[in-house]
Each structure stands twice: as C-alpha cells, then as structure tokens.
Write a protein that binds this ligand. Sequence first.
Ligand SMILES: [Ca+2]
Ligand SMILES: [Ca+2]
Length: 173
Amino acid sequence: MQSYLTSGFLLLSLLLQIGTQCDAAAFAPGDNLVETLQGVEMVDSDLSTRRNMMGTLSVVIIRALGLNGDGLMQTNAVARMWYSSFYYQTNEIKSDNPTWNAVYNLGVVETHLPLKVEVWDKDVGKDDLLISCTKYLTQGMHTFTCSGNGQVEVKYSLVCEPGLTGNQCQVGK
Ligand SMILES: [Ca+2]
Ligand SMILES: [Ca+2]
C-alpha cells in the first residue's frame, strides 16, 4: 500500500514538473502518462533539430587584385563582409592591389546562410562598389575568388559542431 502511494506521488510530481516546463494547457485532466512522455520526446527532438547545422566559422579576407576605383589614382580599397547578423569592414588601403589578410572569427554560427563579400573604393561623396558576391559555405577549409571590377580572394574555415557532418553540418554521425 505504501509503495503504491509512493509511486502515485512520484507520478503526480512528475506530471506537475512536466506541466510547469511545458504549456500546462496541453495536459488535460484525462491525459495518461504515455501521452505525457510522448510530449516530452517531441520537445527533445525539437531541440536536437535546432542544434543541427551549426559550426565554427572563421573568414579571412586575403587581398584584392586589379581594382580600378579612381582611374589613374590608386583605389581607396575597403572590403566588407556579412554573415547572419555579423558585419565586418577591413581598414582602408590606398592601392589597386591591396592585401588585408583580415581575420574574422565568428564563433559558432548557423551554417546554411550565405556569406556576402564586397569591395569598395572610398571617395569623397559617394563610394564606388567594385565587387559584390555571395557564397554558401561547406565544411572544411576553402579559398574562393569573386570577380567584378578586379578580384577579391577570401578564405574560410567551417568546422562542424561535435556529432554533425555533411556539407553544411546537417547530418548526425
Ligand atoms: Ca572612385
Ligand atoms: Ca577613391
């Protein structure tokens, strides 16, 4: 009798605990324990889906070549990059062939988003957009070049979070 009461009490406190963690309205008085546990499982799989497609991203804006922002004068070259809510801008180099080697460590990010890179010539008044491109990332170390008015070289490293693999870190091991 005592153990029956104890297990009944444990069941009740488990239900109360789950009820406070989830939407209490989802648990009607008639619900049994099996339905309740299925509810918990659904919450868990939502969480693991959210942990999917994550990796550590570093981007290096290496250099640009053959820019022509100011005719006979050297370009006032600046590169900009965007990824998710991140935005970075290099320092300005007065050259048609600037080398920045600017390293940006973004930390753990979602992997399915496009990386956008632009190169600009700074002017008094309106700046000139020389190169613009977007690139979807894959895991590993990669170097790519974007062309426009000249070229820009970009390198990045994407390391999947533990337990994830595939091009965009989407598949669990
Ligand atoms: Ca210009
Ligand atoms: Ca300029």
